[in-house]
Design a binder for this molecule. Structure first.
Ligand code: B3K
Ligand code: ZN
Length: 871
């Protein structure tokens, strides 16, 4: 397989203005007739060759301007159809056969639980018909669907319904038209026996939009939250960005077999059922928040992605980073700002930072790829969102919003690049962003080394900051980044001091954004009467690693007093991490008393934001601790964290219990308001500590909660405590849970996932059993992720077993999976690629597993990951 390069981009030689598609739908064999209106691109200097992409298509007919095309007028290559010397303007018709039921890759047209559906991003449309399958070719689509009426009573495609009716032989048809030109990756169709839940939304200009959520009939009771989320997202985008929806109907379809979360097809979103179905009995509070986020995300794509799309796939972050940022703002506005920010940063640091440090590191805008599906990464999405956030921080919300308005105004209906986006920000903001572009082109996580010095006599506080960025594959040297660093100085009572930099005549506020552009900067604050405590990188103002050596007492102080909620939480995490890391290195034996001192007041007097309080009480996760070590000690990390959990539980036992009971409100089981969710989070945090005590009282507490819980949040939290902490009723409770929910696949996914993450001894055997369970299905990505994905990412002690058995098991299954679904296989292989961070024995075992994969006959998706990992 060969790499595609950004520098090789050429505009297409031909445009396609209109497409008419006609589908004779059938699960085994579907006939697709395509009629393209093709026109020479005057701006192209390439020869008059029309190049069409196609994969697994059986070509049955091809006509040019109505006449069959002679075989010597076209060339059929492996995945391309070329018409050399094509006319300036013409109509091209093709007819192909495809086989949805045999399509286990879940790209193109496929079958899920009897329903026919599509996934085209990034390059799935070529598995449906011959087409220039690249995002800069935007066309207007008219789609005719024909199918058996009993089996496929519902027929959907993008846009507006023009016509529908019956045909002979029990068949029927529907004609859909999308008035907006779109790239082929946004095409979608659905045919199936579906029910719908509907609603309406009145837009800011007074238009009524029909909202439809299509599901299987037994899921009709799980639609309300997604529809509500959609309306909130529509209203928010009008308020926050002045963006209105543009079609008369917005459809969402829930699909059981789906490679990722959801897909923003124009007017017809397809969703992994996990990201859309929710009711309190079967979905947790986390699921509810996730549905809100994903529904919002796909909706926001209508402007950032669909109306303005990508010139080429290298620009992926232009739509994804920007849309994740909008999603983050939306969720922060709809629930707890602090909690959402902390969760986002946590994800970035535990998943994107390792990516940036490993063999798969790539810039937010990559410059080459073998398989584009491998680039839907944490870097493109999460770091991409941080990059947009930094722009917003540097420009301030008002100028940023002006930049967004200008971007929409200039580029509506176009396929553009990251430079076009930055240019709009530059023009609206009156700033030069040429240096800022490095965030898109240079990979790696910059390090900020911070030193500070207070001079009592001069009443000055000096801040010295160095930035440097480690090398990444293909990029040994880096130029300095433009980094916004938000700072404040706190007095001993925790109050923010007025900030006056040397040379200024008066203080300017108490929180400042310092813009670093050089490798080294010094900032001197004047008129500082008392030695302050520095609060830096507030709200995590840049995706960097902070290197700041200071006494634990200062972190402890900030954990109690920082006025920035993110930094307050982060100070606690730093303090606890340092304590645990010292224990892992056997530099400390007993638990640092500052931990208890920090926890006790939070338990006795929780803050108004209960979910935030729960986060302040959380020990850093094992992957976060791992990220701080040069050589990851998986066992040491697990042991130290577990010991700390037990000691904190024992020392503060009464406080945990009191806090538990104060927030346990069984009657609130169906309440998914932010306040009720917060109370459950805090309560279940208490439960998780208490469960570590492994005594009859704590056993009773967990079992009692399990038995009486009416919502999944409480039931699953109790089950987790029972399973993870070796409760005497573990086996029977797991069996009970299975029996209770065996008819609900999304709940059974949780049952699989919980056991795959169970850190108690014997995990490998348990995972083998799960893989042999009759409900395990290698063709269903959710189920595969629940077992293999969770085991490899959330059960480090066993996945990284010293003898390499965990790696072997993963490799065995990846080989099977790769033949079915290469995209999911390539994604699940990623935990193996972090081998550089482990000890020599594990390094060898991980390399052996990768080497075995490389030697096998594997897809290009998996090939790209394993070869890069071994380079
Ligand atoms: N745009 C899709 C992701 C498509 C992934 C293709 N491998 C979902 C999203 O980010 O909204
Ligand atoms: Zn997206």
């Amino acid at each position: 397989p060969k790499a595609i390069r950004l520098e090789d981009y050429r505009p297409p030689a031909y445009w396609v203005d209109r497409v008419a598609l006609e589908f004779d739908l059938d699960a085994d064999t579907t006939r697709v007739r395509a009629h393209l209106e093709v026109r020479r691109n005057p701006a192209s200097s390439d020869p008059n060759d029309l190049i069409l992409d196609g994969e697994d298509l059986e070509l049955r007919a091809i006509r040019l301007d109505g006449r069959p095309l002679e075989p010597d007028r076209y060339r059929l290559e492996a995945d391309r159809l070329i018409l050399p010397g094509a006319p300036e303007r013409f109509h091209l018709e093709t007819e192909v056969l495809i086989h949805p039921a045999a399509n286990t890759r879940l790209e193109g047209l496929y079958l899920s639980e009897g329903m026919l559906c599509t996934q085209c991003e990034a390059e799935g449309f070529r598995r449906i018909t011959w087409f220039p399958d690249r995002p800069d070719v935007m066309a207007r689509y008219r789609v005719t669907l024909k199918a058996d009426k009993a089996r496929y009573p519902v027929l959907l495609a993008n846009g507006n319904l023009l016509d529908a009716g019956d045909l002979d032989d029990g068949r029927h048809f529907a004609v859909w038209e999308d008035p907006f030109p779109k790239p082929s990756y946004l095409f979608a169709l659905v045919a199936g026996r579906l029910e719908k839940q509907t609603d309406t939304f009145i837009t800011m200009s007074g238009r009524e939009v029909l909202l439809e959520l299509y599901v299987e009939s037994h899921d009709l009771d799980k639609c309300a939250h997604a529809l509500d989320s959609l309306k909130r997202a529509m209203a928010w985008d009008e308020r926050k960005y002045g963006r209105e929806y543009d079609l008369d109907r917005y459809m969402i379809v829930a699909v059981s077999h789906f490679n990722m979360g959801a897909m923003e097809n124009k007017g017809l979103n397809l969703f992994n059922s996990q990201c859309v179905l929710a009711r309190p009995e079967t979905a947790t509070d986390d699921d509810f928040e996730h549905v809100l986020a994903v529904v919002g995300h796909e909706y926001f794509h209508n402007w950032t992605g669909n109306r303005i799309t990508l010139r080429d796939w290298f620009q992926l972050s232009l739509k994804e980073g920007l849309t994740v940022f909008r999603e983050q703002q939306f969720c922060a506005d709809e629930a707890s700002k602090a909690v959402r920010r902390i969760e986002d940063v946590d994800l970035l640091r535990t998943r994107q930072f390792p990516e940036d440090e490993g063999p798969l590191a790539h810039p937010v805008r990559p410059d080459s790829y073998i398989e584009i599906n491998n680039f839907y990464t944490m870097t493109v999405y999460e770091k991409g969102a941080e990059v947009v956030r930094m722009l917003c921080t540097l420009l301030g919300w008002e100028r940023f919003r002006k930049g967004m308005d200008l971007y929409f105004e200039r580029h509506d209906g176009q396929a553009v690049t990251c430079e076009d986006f930055l240019k709009a920000m530059e023009d609206a903001g009156g700033v030069d962003l040429s240096q800022f572009l490095r965030w898109y082109t240079q990979a790696g996580t910059p390090h900020l080394e911070v030193a500070c010095h207070y001079d009592a006599e001069a009443r000055t506080f000096q801040l010295d900051i160095n930035q440097w960025c480690p090398p990444t594959p293909g990029q040994p040297e880096k130029e300095p980044f433009l980094i916004p660093v938000t700072v404040a100085l706190l007095d001993p009572e925790g109050r923010e001091l007025p900030l006056q930099l040397e040379g200024e005549t008066a203080p300017q506020g108490s929180e400042r954004v310092l813009a670093l552009s050089e490798a080294h900067h010094a900032f001197r604050f004047v008129n500082v009467d008392r030695p302050p405590v520095l609060s830096i990188l507030r709200d995590f103002s840049a995706p960097v690693k902070l290197v700041l050596d200071r006494p634990l007492d200062q972190w402890h102080f900030l954990w109690r007093h920082d006025t920035d909620p993110f930094n307050r939480w982060d100070a606690g995490q730093t303090l606890i991490s340092q304590v645990l890391l010292a224990q892992i290195a056997r530099k400390a034996a007993v638990l640092d008393p500052r931990l208890v001192e920090g926890f006790a007041p939070l338990l006795q007097q929780p803050l108004a934001d209960r979910a935030y309080t729960a986060l302040l009480l959380r020990l850093p996760e094992e992957d976060y601790l791992a990220e701080q070590m040069d050589v990851i000690d998986v066992d040491g990390i697990h042991r130290a964290r577990e010991t700390a959990r037990r000691e904190l539980a024992a020392t503060l036992r009464e406080d945990w219990l009191t806090c538990y009971h104060a927030h346990h409100r069984p009657e609130e089981w169906a309440d998914t308001s932010t306040a009720a969710i917060g109370r459950r989070r805090l309560k279940n945090t208490c439960l998780a500590y208490l469960a570590s005590l492994d005594d009859p009282a704590s056993h009773d507490l967990a079992l009692q909660q399990y038995r009486t819980a009416r919502c999944m949040t409480d039931q699953l939290a109790a089950l987790r405590a029972i399973v993870f902490d070796a409760h005497p009723a573990k086996a029977e409770t797991l069996a009970d849970f299975y029996e209770r929910w065996r008819h609900e696949p999304l709940v059974i996914d949780k049952w699989f996932a919980l056991q795959a993450a169970d850190p108690s001894p014997g995990a490998l055997e348990r995972v083998r059993k799960l893989l042999a369970h009759p409900d395990f299905d290698l063709k269903n990505p959710n189920r595969v992720r629940a077992v293999l994905g969770v085991f490899a990412r959330q059960n480090p002690v066993h996945f990284h077993a010293r003898d390499g058995a965990g790696y072997q098991l993963l490799a065995d299954w990846l080989l099977k999976l790769d033949r079915i679904n290469p995209q999911v296989a390539a994604r699940l292989a990623q935990p193996l690629t972090a081998w550089r961070r482990y000890d020599p024995q594990r390094v060898r075992r991980m390399q052996q597993a990768l080497e075995r994969l490389r030697q096998a006959d594997i897809s290009k998706d998996l090939f790209e990951i394993v070869t890069k990992a071994l380079e």
